[in-house]
Write a protein that binds this ligand. Structure first.
Ligand SMILES: *Cc1c(COP(=O)(O)O)cnc(C)c1O
Length: 383
């Protein structure tokens, strides 16, 4: 039986060859392919600076650290996200606070953000859930009014646009984060990136990626003539990514627009069919948005169709179709309950959404036959 997962990377011979080329070169890490990947990410997004790192989580961590926050502080993010968006706030010594989501895009609801702001709030981390950009203009206005930073978690949304601008250009954020994990649009195996237009953040991120080390004479605190000298000026990490991985990233980036195009074709086939079924809600794409559709999330009224979600997923699995649920609201995780006092009912829209959500298979190499097969099997269960 054919196995159709909810997401899957696409690699071809070009990708493999570009990795082999680097393996045959002098630089496996800290070499020219890292810088070239960063440059291509800037070209693609329109951002001035890019820093590539070992994962999307590392990117979020460094972005938070580069803000230089200290003392008691809070960061606001969406409860409907992967853990890393909120964990990064904790890594940086802050308290993770959530603002509930909107019912249309399942992204953070900007009118809920205001309610969560207090004098300790320093940063907002909007997440472009499933590839649909958050309401960045509204969030930017809130941030400006309250003197807050914005780190946009665009791990789902490379290749999308908002008000005609490619995601990553940082028009409405201080920094934007990508992940190159294999389930995301393009992959480096593991990997991530921070994009910014701010030289100060950029310089700090470059240092933090490599133990806080400075090797540039002009930047030394202690002047000297020694050729071996370097200074550690911040507590950084080893969050470097290899040239091997960046070679894959470069090759994948060339295919990104084609990937997004295919994803959108599949989404429109799904949408056409599922918009005709009462117990099902299809994803929304707002007018000023071009979504890159990392996920295809259906909301299903499982009570209405008389079958629970576990059985539903099990029945699809018997037919080789693997679905997923994105996401368990972060505030309901035991660690968040225990350490920050969150409980059921704190963010009702996200919790209600979570009861109904299911992610169907969506990836560029899905054929029309695969899509029709998924539709046929789903229909058999629902109708
Ligand atoms: C995947 C993901 C991350 C983390 O990326 P990794 O590369 O897996 O560390 C962060 N935020 C969101 C929304 C993600 O989907």
């Amino acid at each position: 039986m054919k196995r159709i997962p909810y997401g899957k990377q696409y690699l071809d011979n070009d990708d493999i060859q570009s990795v082999v080329d680097v393996l045959n070169s002098d630089w496996l890490t800290c070499g020219p392919t890292v810088r070239e990947f960063e440059q291509r990410l800037c070209d693609y997004t329109g951002a001035k600076y890019a820093v590539v790192v070992s994962s999307g989580t590392a990117a979020l961590h460094l972005a938070i650290l580069s803000l230089g926050l200290s003392g008691k502080w809070e960061g606001i993010t969406s409860p409907n996200t992967f853990l890393a968006s909120a964990n990064a706030i904790i890594y940086g010594g802050g308290k993770p606070v959530f603002a509930d989501i909107s019912e249309d895009t399942y992204n953070i609801n900007h009118s809920e953000i205001d309610k969560q702001i207090n004098s300790n709030t320093k940063v907002i981390i909007p997440v472009d859930f499933a590839g649909h950009p958050a309401d960045m203009k509204e969030i930017y206005d809130i941030a400006k009014k309250n003197g807050l930073f914005i780190i946009r978690d665009a791990c789902h949304s490379i290749g999308s646009s908002y008000m005609g601008q490619k995601t990553g250009g940082c028009l409405y954020s201080d920094m934007t984060i990508f992940s190159f994990h294999p389930v995301k649009h393009i992959t480096t195996g593991e990997g991530g990136a921070i994009l910014t237009n701010n030289k100060k953040f950029y310089d700090k991120l470059i240092r933090l990626r490599n133990h806080g080390i400075v090797r540039n004479n002009d930047a030394f605190r202690f002047k000297n003539q020694w050729p071996w000298y370097y200074e550690m000026q911040d507590l950084g990490y080893n969050y470097r990514i290899t040239d091997i991985q960046c070679a894959l990233g470069l090759s994948q980036l060339k295919k990104l627009d084609a990937f997004v195009k295919r994803r959108r074709e599949i989404v429109s086939i799904y949408n056409k069919v599922f918009s005709g079924i009462d117990e099902v809600k299809i994803p929304t794409e707002k007018e000023n948005v071009f979504s890159s559709y990392h996920l295809y999330v259906l909301l299903i009224d499982f009570v209405g169709i008389g079958i629970n979600r576990v059985e539903f997923m099990e029945k699809l699995k018997e037919k080789g179709i693997l679905t997923q649920v994105h996401y368990i609201p972060v505030h309901l995780q035991p660690y968040y309950r225990d350490n920050f006092g969150y409980r059921d009912g704190n963010y009702p829209v996200a919790e209600e959404y979570y009861q109904k959500a299911i992610s169907l298979p969506l990836y560029p190499s899905m054929t029309d036959e695969d899509v029709e097969y998924v539709i046929k099997c789903l229909r058999e269960i629902i109708c």
